[in-house]
Design a protein around this ligand. Structure first.
Ligand SMILES: Nc1nc2c(ncn2[C@@H]2O[C@H](COP(=O)(O)OP(=O)(O)OP(=O)(O)O)[C@@H](O)[C@H]2O)c(=O)[nH]1
Ligand SMILES: [Mg+2]
Length: 351
């Protein structure tokens, strides 16, 4: 491993020198502020040309989160956000690395700083406390992440689950995945209901899945049909209700759905949000669908996104548990129950 050292008056200048001499794949090993002013150089950065060079030296992985040295890209990302942050945390590589990871993954700057604060990352800590700071910061993020096990309590009583969300977010596909898993893997008696009288062919899509699985499927054009369908499916362990996609701006149709799924029917709804949409849309959807009193989030289309910080940003705005994650178009395999471990990996390792 060949270590190069660069000195400059400002951290930005030092970084620029690393980048121009070692290239965009350079990794930063350490950075410090020098006391002596004799040469006019104040900051010193030690770096190597690529990650491969550091492999033997990489610290142990921690809690499933890869402990990486800071790459020049991450440093530049931080510099673009707040130069003060770099100077403030100059001698605290853990603080900088975690900050960079969160920003790179799309966690909002002010939330990232809040988590670091809660994790003690801005206190004076010694190198022996690196691991603790990292652990506490991740813990602060994970405090926001609750998990909802959707089908945990099915023994004897029937679980009625409705999936709601905007058009094309993946409701019908997710119902099919869940139906397949519950009936084939968990050996539960599953029935389906489609509350989608808006789109031609909506019922056929669900019915096709029901036929493959050999499970019952009913349309519900209005509340009366819905009550009758639930009655027909009274011996099922699980009833999954597919709903029509609603524009998040169409308050009237959201209201209609609410009036259909009244409390006495004991339907629990869950909101699907696609991580491939913008954060603003995500939150608007959650706010506008709130009359449906959904119990959890199902985050869909993880395969279409490169970063997952928007999940945390959403939880910071409206905190609710997460039940499922969907990761592709394949029925039934591309779905997983959300777990804390998986969420840590998504949020800190981008996968
Ligand atoms: N990449 C990806 N595509 C998905 C995922 N889930 C669903 N899709 C695709 O998204 C499209 C819409 O899926 P649907 O299940 O029909 O969505 P919907 O919410 O029922 O749509 P409407 O009933 O029209 O509101 C289909 O092409 C699905 O294959 C996912 O996790 N990843
Ligand atoms: Mg659908």
């Amino acid at each position: 491993m060949q270590i190069h050292k660069y000195k400059a008056k400002t951290i930005s200048d030092a970084i620029a020198m690393v980048k121009s001499e070692l290239g965009p794949d350079a990794m930063i090993l350490s950075s410090k502020k020098l006391n002596g002013k004799e040469s006019g150089h104040i900051f010193e950065i030690a770096a190597v040309a690529s990650y491969a060079e550091t492999l033997d030296e990489t610290p142990e992985s921690y809690d499933g989160v890869k402990s990486e040295l800071m790459s020049i890209r991450e440093m530049i990302c931080i510099l673009n956000h707040s130069e003060g942050m770099v100077e403030k945390s100059m001698l605290k590589p853990v603080t900088l690395t975690l900050y960079a990871k969160m920003l790179k993954n799309g966690i909002k700057d002010h939330y990232a700083k809040r988590f670091l604060e809660q994790g003690g990352a801005f206190r004076d800590y010694s190198p022996e406390d690196f691991a603790t700071v990292k652990k506490e910061t991740i813990k602060a993020v994970m405090k926001k992440v609750e998990i909802h096990k959707l089908f945990e309590s099915i023994n004897g009583s029937r679980t009625i689950t409705a999936l709601v969300g905007t058009t094309g977010v993946g409701k019908t596909t997710t119902i099919a995945k869940l139906a397949a898993q519950m009936s084939l893997k968990s050996k539960k008696k599953v029935g389906l209901i489609s509350i989608d009288s808006y789109r031609i062919g909506a019922m056929e899509q669900l019915k096709a899945y029901a036929n493959i699985l050999g499970i019952p499927c009913f349309p519900a054009f209005n509340r009366q049909y819905l009550v009758a369908a639930l009655e027909s499916l009274k011996n099922m362990d699980v009833v999954l209700i597919d709903t029509a996609g609603q524009s998040q701006y169409d308050g009237k149709r959201i209201e209609e759905l609410k009036n259909m799924m009244t409390d006495d029917l004991q339907i629990q709804s869950h909101l699907l949000l696609s991580v491939s949409t913008t954060e603003e849309e995500m939150n608007k959807t959650a706010v506008n669908f709130s009359p449906l009193k959904f119990r959890s989030y199902v985050f869909t289309k993880l395969d279409e996104a490169e970063k997952y910080g928007s999940i945390i940003n959403q939880l910071m705005k409206i905190q609710l548990p997460i039940s499922y994650l969907t990761t592709g178009q394949n029925v039934p395999e591309d779905i997983e129950e959300a777990t804390k471990n998986r969420m840590v990996k998504l949020l800190f390792n981008n996968r």
